[in-house]
Design a protein around this ligand. Sequence first.
Ligand code: SF4
Length: 296
Amino acid sequence: MKKVRALVLFSGGLDSILAVKVLEEQGIDVTAVNFASYFFDSEQAKKSAEENNIKLKIIKNKFPQYHWQIVKNPKYGYGRAMNPCADCHLLMVKKAGEIMKKGKYDFLATGEVLGQRGFSQNKNALKNIEEHSGIKGKLSRPLSAGLLKPTEVENSGLVNREKLFNFSGKGRKRQIELAKKLKIKYYPSPAGGCLLTDKEFGHRLKLMMENFGADDIVVSDFVLLKFSRHFWFDKNLIIVGKNKDENNRLKKLKQKNDILLRPDFPGPSVLIRGRKINQGIIEEAQKLIKKYSKKM
Ligand code: SF4
């Protein structure tokens, strides 16, 4: 008999590992799929997949651009920082759904848990994702299925609903118990790997969108957001290196139209990126070098 094939949206966190293993327990052939963007990478997914013997597909191609569109202009708004989680979940499900159809998988599953995140995983949000996913009926949430309406995947017998779970809320107790039962060797602690959930990072991104114009930001600008000392003057960004490592990185990141200032006394390197850098901006950067040189 032909084996049922499922694709599972995979972050590498405990819930997504459980979603894979719960389906594998039912004899389903599972492939995990992970997306990378400008604001999160696939390192955790790779590690969790390797440690738990999970087949993994990583999708980079074009996804970062799609993701950036929703970060700029989320239909369902932001979470506590600049994280457009409801839009992001929907985008991932849609894109994974396309891969599912193309690869002739029988259905797509996610590790979503009802009520785990008030904003993006409440009952309405989960329903909305399914409605707009492009794969209605072919989407399964094995960890919370018992609290949701039976899906076509369950009704048709591709998945045994009796062996799915009814987890809800923010706690991880039941997930950890299940991980033990399923002999899951490795899972990460629940640290967020997405820069957009960091308020400071979100603030820097917001200022960059306002000053450069969201539509004019280019890929090489995103990298600069990881530096913490940002100063804006007349729509120009001045970044002051915090230590030797940052100074070296700024040197490497310099682009053709940037200006890099390196003092001939112990002090920080400064990178200026802007659309109209003039002498006044350079003088501001020099003042910042003096200000921070005492602290190096
Ligand atoms: S935390 Fe980041 S990766 Fe996760 S759903 Fe929100 S925006 Fe997307």
